[in-house]
Ligand binder design. Structure first.
Ligand code: NI
Length: 180
């Protein structure tokens, strides 16, 4: 991602992202009840962290904050940020879609996951205002992937035990190489 000046506000900070298989990724996030300045600040930091990574979605769980908040921007232009707080799937299509997924918490690993092709999500914005959103295509994949994070699930946990084993070995090897 280029052309984006994420240092334009000194108040915004990039947050460290937890990496699989960190057990903190398996915590279940709590509902947000206070829509205050601290929440807005965390939402802004999460958005900057996602854009800088670069990624198309980030759940609070991934930055070790266990509250039900997600930021997503699947646009090409990276100017269509959606913040989903306390999201709930209120409708899901019977039709399924198979899509290759990746995750900022599982760097460099991509694999296919099958999910409902379209979902309708009810959520709140950073000011606590309720809204509903029809999600299809990449947005449908992304919101379901991020909502899994809030429930303590990482996408690779849908894969076979053998594949998960291989992924853990690969990530461990890469970490060792990076540390060397
Ligand atoms: Ni993820």
């Amino acid at each position: 991602m280029s052309g984006r000046v994420f240092a334009e506000s000194d108040a915004v900070a990039l947050l460290p992202i937890l990496e699989y298989p960190d057990p903190r990724l398996n915590k279940v996030a709590q509902p947000v009840t206070q829509f205050d300045a601290a929440l807005r600040s965390l939402a802004a930091d999460m958005a900057e962290t996602m854009y800088a990574a670069p990624g198309v979605g980030l759940a609070a769980t991934q930055v070790d904050r266990h509250i039900r908040m997600i930021v997503i921007d699947v646009s090409e232009t990276k100017d269509q940020l959606i913040t989903f707080i306390n999201p709930q799937i209120v409708w899901a299509a019977d039709e399924k879609a198979l899509c290759e997924e990746g995750c900022l918490s599982v760097p460099g690993i991509y694999d296919e996951v099958e999910r409902p092709a379209r979902v309708r999500v009810a959520a709140q914005d950073v000011d606590g205002r309720p809204f509903e959103r029809e999600c299809e295509g990449l947005l449908a994949v992304c919101i379901q992937h991020e909502m899994d994070h809030l429930n303590g699930k990482v996408f690779v946990e849908y894969l076979s035990a053998l594949k998960q084993d291989r992924i853990r070995t690969k990530l461990k090897k890469r970490k060792a190489r990076e540390a060397a």
